[in-house]
Design a protein around this ligand. Structure first.
Ligand SMILES: [Zn+2]
Length: 347
């Protein structure tokens, strides 16, 4: 199988910002194999159907079950999380990603019996080591599982201020939207906002516009992970554009999970053209076998995004970043300098 490092394309040279990826789904393939062989010496990723070219999952539930099966063998200890983070930032730096916000699932940590604070500190150490070695920065998004663990989320809320000092920059709501409403997390989101954390939720992926409206209204998010099905509601599209609510879109993920029929029919083009601030990410580069350079190439080749438009999308991701404005300003300069001057959009 080809790993992320195998990619070479003109898109690799462009500076990129990746706001939407899950640490658990972003483990380096060779590391998955190495870790899984602790349990099964004959484990090979190539034996899994999802690693075959052109594979599409039946739906989001199928994907979640498949990913859980892989991770149950590969991501077990606090050290595994730290290693995943360290290697991820190196792999992203190879892709010329200059800033990323990987998320970590608190419901999985609770299910595995791992101490969330310990894992966050280990991930933070790994982040600092990688940042010292490469031209990349990262902030961690703490994610809660829909419909199952308001209790875990509520316990986390008492430690938001502590964890902010250990690299946590925002919160997110994950999982299949039909698992439960967002409203039970409203108090947790309020606590996150009060602690200075950014607010995002997954919505508008498995369910439609109502689900997007719900996270906007009940959680007060400034960003939505996916949100692509907002395109089904004109009024919502106008609202997102008018209020500059950012959609962290993952085109390949949407195609592989059948949220979009194909790359050339992906709604990111229509949303962009309607003035919705969109960003681009891989979601789970391991499970979707995709890199950021390939996502940029897909937008260019299948959806007609020009270099200037790709720069706009990248700058949207900078605007979206859960960072102090000074840091965002510095990132904007890096992005503007890295895109070819002749394609710079007019201010
Ligand atoms: Zn996601």
């Amino acid at each position: 199988m080809s790993g992320p490092q195998a990619t070479t394309s003109p898109f690799q040279a462009l500076p990129k910002v990746e706001p939407h990826l899950h640490l658990e789904g972003a483990i380096r393939p060779s590391t998955v194999e190495e870790l899984a062989r602790r349990f099964d010496p004959s484990f090979r990723l190539a034996d899994w159907e999802w690693t075959r070219p052109g594979f599409r999952y039946a739906d989001l539930a199928d994907f979640v079950a498949t990913m859980r099966g892989v991770l149950n063998m590969a991501l077990e200890r606090t050290d595994d999380y730290a290693r995943a983070m360290y290697e991820l930032l190196h792999d992203l730096a190879d892709e010329n990603v200059v800033y990323a916000e990987p998320s970590v699932s608190t419901s999985r940590l609770a299910r595995m019996g791992l101490d969330i604070g310990d894992v966050l500190r280990a991930i933070d150490d790994a982040r600092l080591r990688a940042e010292a070695e490469r031209d990349i920065h990262a902030g961690v998004i703490l994610a809660f599982g829909r419909g199952k663990d308001t209790q875990v989320a509520e316990e986390c809320a008492t430690r938001f201020a502590d964890w902010r000092a250990h690299g946590v920059v925002g919160v997110d709501l994950h999982g299949v939207e039909s698992a439960g409403p967002a409203a039970p997390y409203a108090d947790v989101y309020r606590a996150a906002r009060d602690a200075g954390l950014g607010l995002r939720a997954h919505a508008g992926e498995g369910m439609g516009a109502d689900s997007v409206w719900e996270v906007v209204r009940s959680l007060g998010v400034s960003r939505i992970a996916h949100g692509v099905r907002a395109v089904e509601d004109e009024r919502l599209v106008d609202y997102l554009a008018e209020h500059a609510i950012i959609l962290d879109i993952c085109p390949t993920s949407n195609v592989k999970l059948r949220v979009a029929p194909s790359m050339s029919e992906h709604p990111i083009r229509a949303l962009y053209d309607r003035g919705v601030p969109v960003t681009v990410s891989t979601d789970d580069p391991l499970m979707f076998m995709v890199t950021m350079s390939e996502e940029y190439r897909a937008l260019s080749e299948h959806l007609g995004f020009t270099r200037a438009e790709l720069e706009r999308v990248t700058l949207n991701a900078v605007d979206a970043a859960f960072l102090p404005e000074d840091d965002r300003r510095a990132l904007r300069l890096v992005v503007r300098e890295g895109f070819p001057r002749s394609t710079r959009p007019r201010a």
